[in-house]
Write a protein that binds this ligand. Sequence first.
Ligand SMILES: Cc1cc2nc3c(=O)[nH]c(=O)nc-3n(C[C@H](O)[C@H](O)[C@H](O)COP(=O)(O)O)c2cc1C
Length: 414
Amino acid sequence: MKCVDDFRLKLGRHELVPIIIGGMGVDISTADLALEGARLGGIGHISDAMAPTVADRRYKTHFVKEKLKQYKYNVKNADKSAVQFDLGRLEEATRLHVSRTMEAKRGEGMIFINCMEKLTMNAPRETLRVRLNAALDAGIDGITLSAGLHLGSFALIEDHPRFRDAKLGIIVSSLRALQLFLRKNARLNRLPDFVVVEGPLAGGHLGFSMDWAKYDLHVIMAEIYQYLQAEQLAIPLIAAGGVFTGSDAVTFLENGAAAVQVATRFTVTHECGLPEKVMQEYYKASEADIEVNTISPTGYPMRMLKNCPAIGSGIQPNCEAFGYLLDGAGNCAYVTAYNREVALHPDVKKISVKDKTCLCTHMRNFDCWTCGHYTYRLKDTTRRLPDGSYQVLSAEHVFHDYQFSVDQKIALPR
Ligand SMILES: Cc1cc2nc3c(=O)[nH]c(=O)nc-3n(C[C@H](O)[C@H](O)[C@H](O)COP(=O)(O)O)c2cc1C
């Protein structure tokens, strides 16, 4: 009976354990978690979501305070179009986050950064260009393009000296999205080095509509695999979303996947950025406690725990400090929803906004408990402690369980 360790992911001259810890913004997949993935011979991801905020928390910089100070005059204004990111400061924050992580890297594995196109930051092209180039400057091993079609993203870095040497890949949820990406980038003569195929059971934003349950990762993987074979395109495919055990991973690896990308099982590890109290909520969750909803202002459905504080919260938008979801015209669906509620309830002090959430603030504060579909199985991966809480795991333990387990077994911690 095979285990994940019987396979290797080949990326250029690198031979890796075919386990990739997926990017989880905002600093849920911390540098510490990514570093463990690399140390153990696989790939770990940091996320570039809200890098200035993350740098402030980790490295005692003041990016957020400075931005808020500059735009404080606008806090009560419904129109957020004036609130812009300083590109120089954004570059500095990204470089800091990436370079500090890369300096700490040990072992044979790699560290990638997850870059979401939907973080439009009131100037989509300009800010994404800065984020991608700064990550390459700071020595990141690879970039995973996510949350968007990224039709123009390769072009934003085509002049970077590392454009052909860094590992660049994209997350897709359908063959059509991949075909579009390949067609739009054909003139660059640079294929992605890997393609993550993310199915409907993943955490975070989903690349599906609310009919996500009709889709099956195995089917999408097979479609894309056959297409690449027919086109003679040797791009490693990585299966993501609902790969909960080493045996689940082996099934994909035996059917053409070059690796798996996993995240949910790492949300209850010491290295993960979630506060321990939130990890206990993940452990406690039953299947009925998890929903896919449309409250993210990005327009993508998102999976989360129903009891998380982000749902129904009516906090004042924080765009002057954050503003990562403002589109190119300075709009965010939460700001619109919030202003509507304020206009409808002028005398109410604490309003509730049901249809959208202030994702920047709630992700920043770990109050939006996004999670994978199988979060309700996490309790089966650990032990119950005498006080009734669940034991938090080490990333090494979870990584090794994926790497060596067979027969759908899950190793419990000591
Ligand atoms: C808490 C959490 C946050 C996530 N955040 C992001 C993100 O910021 N960007 C992204 O591309 N994917 C994100 N994902 C998706 C993961 O990177 C990964 O592809 C997917 O969850 C794998 O499925 P699994 O969680 O069932 O193992 C997130 C997943 C989780 C569980």
